[in-house]
Design a protein around this ligand. Structure first.
Ligand code: NAP
Length: 269
């Protein structure tokens, strides 16, 4: 687990204190942004369930969290399966006494240019990124409704809602679709006092992004005014804010976390 850069562990306890003892599920918590987000919640004193398909990655993540004294469990599940999601949410509710916060983060970003886009490539990305989001939310809802401050935070992206990148038309469509879903969901869920918001990360150094290669990473870093990719914890902090009681009057909104990548009007000098 990586801690806040340059800040002693104790000081973390003085921000977003409402997160303490909350029961949190992070889909796609076994790697990358989800793993970083799980670490931030754990540091803030939450009880955290990391959800993913890989037993080995899940066990390693939970072990790291527990080593720092946090309450953490791994639940194996595929977001594409409603049955898996129902089972995991019930397990977490039983283990932690409820579910307060769902971070719907699991996602995939395989590349396919338009001319070679197969129906199965399109379906795979939609099944994980959009249907998986829906299945996790549907499964969490009965539990979130019982929470005094139910929260859903989606991991969308700048790609789709704000920008485009060759090979990611299907991916961008799902990430923009998440926001369309969110705005109606926010209205529907308000009567249960549940908020739903989205973070839009720019380029963040994760296991998934490292597979895109060094050339991609260098090109992206050069395109970001802050001249570096984001860290997984920097996304986690934005997620934790939207999940906090301090953010209780914010719903249906987006928070871009991209080091300024979407701002320049011309090539950065
Ligand atoms: P990553 O390093 O590849 O990790 C993806 C995570 O999703 C893993 O924990 C994986 O767990 C899980 N996952 C994938 N398919 C799943 C499924 N069917 N069921 C359950 N879990 C599944 O990716 P990342 O870069 O952290 O991306 C995480 C999210 O952030 C995605 O939604 C992505 O679109 C978004 N995002 C990333 C960036 C970036 O620059 N990294 C930028 C914008 C948005 P298992 O392998 O254990 O199943």
């Amino acid at each position: 687990m990586v801690f806040l850069a340059g800040r002693p562990r104790d000081s973390v306890g003085h921000v977003l204190t409402s997160i303490k003892n909350k029961s949190v599920i992070v889909t796609g918590g076994t790697k990358g942004i989800g793993k970083g987000t799980a670490g931030v919640f754990a540091q803030l004193g939450a009880r955290v369930c990391v959800l993913g398909r890989s037993e080995a990655d899940g066990a390693a993540t939970v072990e790291a969290l527990r080593r720092h004294g946090s309450t953490a469990i791994f639940c194996r599940g595929d977001v594409k399966e409603q049955g898996d999601m129902d089972e995991v949410m019930a397990t977490v509710a039983a283990e932690f006494g409820g579910v307060d916060i769902l971070c719907a983060n699991a996602g995939i970003f395989p590349s396919a240019k338009l001319e070679e886009m197969s129906e199965s490539a399109w379906d795979d990305v939609f099944a994980t990124n959009l249907k998986g989001m829906l299945f996790s939310i549907k499964a969490a809802l009965p539990h979130l409704k019982k929470s005094a401050a139910g929260r859903i935070v989606l991991t969308s992206s700048i790609t789709g809602p704000l920008t485009g990148y060759p090979g990611w038309s299907h991916y961008g469509a799902t990430k923009a679709g998440m926001l369309g879903f969110m705005r109606t969901a926010a209205v529907e869920l308000a009567r249960f006092k549940i908020t739903i918001n989205a973070v839009l990360p720019g380029n963040v150094l994760t296991e998934g992004v490292s597979h895109l290669g060094q050339a991609y990473i260098q090109t992206m870093a050069a395109a970001i005014p802050l001249k570096r990719l984001g860290t997984v914890e920097e996304i986690g902090h934005a997620v934790a804010f939207l999940a906090s009681e301090e953010a209780g009057f914010i719903t249906g909104q987006t928070l871009v976390v991209d080091g300024g990548q979407t701002l320049p009007e011309s090539r950065i000098v």
